[in-house]
Unconditional design. Structure first.
Length: 312
């Protein structure tokens, strides 16, 4: 049997790399910010996934209940998920009893490897997308993050989440089955505190990413979230939103990206030129703005060229 480096890391058999992995895995040190009664946010780095940050770029939320902690988005790797689980137990006095995955992207989903699949839940669309793309994501994360990913295998969530009210550990949640950032985007409202946990449907002071985006669906989901009364909003990336600005900011960026790229194609700009277009001053506070503009060019340009340019 032939074992490549990824497989050796997965089982911990590649001794020098395993020792290196222990060194770096010990650096996951998630810190929780209390934001409401029995509810904490763990901030991700406002950066692209890179070895230096261990891929810990997405926000996670921890909610205390009588039946155990609820962890919303378990991070990028098994070690990251273990660190988040240990933090949740220290904060709540109970182990994680339920994990929700907001959508398929690895910075939010692959930390499920730290938990019993029976307690990991997501929308049916998210499970289907992970069945389709999970192995590809895994390969990409092992290439980018190397030893941070030690022991991380794909764990498929129970694809059993549906729209509506749910109770766990005597705590009431409202679950919303949305889409647009991906084919299945889960949002959760904690009824006790009025805290809306929006996943990557909402970015705050960080430019939105668009690898699987459907912009009309995304705007429709933002309409749903904007109409939902809430006191606080936990975005998928960026700081907590206490004044209702993040949904509008996300929509503004998406509208600008679409209009700008459609205009760039109509003017005959190539992808490199489109990626270098000026970014409006109103987005000057958004982290990773140039990076996400250039990524969005790669995501949308081929389709826009096919739509807008004449066939020869």
């Amino acid at each position: 049997m032939r074992l490549d480096r990824r497989a050796l890391l997965l089982v911990g058999l590649f001794s020098p790399a395993a020792a290196f992995a222990e060194k770096f895995a010990s650096k996951y040190n998630p810190i929780a910010e209390p934001i409401a009664d029995g509810l904490w946010i763990v901030h991700g780095a406002d950066e692209a996934i890179a070895f230096a940050n261990g891929g810990a770029i997405a926000n996670s939320a921890i909610i205390a209940t009588e039946a155990g902690a609820v962890l919303f988005d378990p991070g990028v790797s098994r070690e990251h998920g273990l660190a988040l689980g240990a933090l949740a137990q220290r904060l709540t006095g109970k182990p994680v009893g339920r994990v929700y995955i907001s959508h398929l992207h690895p910075d939010h989903a692959m930390g499920a490897a730290a938990f019993d699949p029976a307690i990991v839940h997501a929308l049916p669309a998210t499970r289907a997308e992970l069945e389709r793309d999970g192995e590809g994501f895994s390969d990409a994360m092992y290439r980018l993050l190397a030893d941070w990913m030690k022991g991380t295998a794909i764990v498929l969530p129970q694809g059993d989440v549906s729209e509506g009210a749910v109770e766990f550990g005597r705590r009431q949640f409202r679950l919303m089955a949305l889409k647009g950032h991906s084919g299945g985007d889960l949002a959760l409202l904690d009824e006790a505190t009025g805290t809306l946990i929006a996943g990557d449907l909402v970015f705050h002071d960080r430019a939105p990413s668009t690898p699987h985006a459907n912009l009309p669906d995304w705007r429709a989901s933002l309409d749903v979230l904007a109409a939902l009364p809430h006191k606080l909003l936990v975005p998928g990336h960026g700081p907590i939103d206490r004044n209702g600005a993040a949904i509008a900011q996300t929509r503004d960026w998406l509208d600008w990206i679409e209009a700008t790229l459609r205009d760039a194609v109509a003017r005959g700009l190539d992808m490199s030129e489109a990626g270098d277009l000026p970014i409006p001053p109103r987005f000057s506070t958004l982290k990773a703005a140039r990076y996400e503009l250039q990524r969005s060019v790669s995501h949308f340009y081929p389709g826009l060229e096919a739509e807008l340019l004449p066939r020869l």
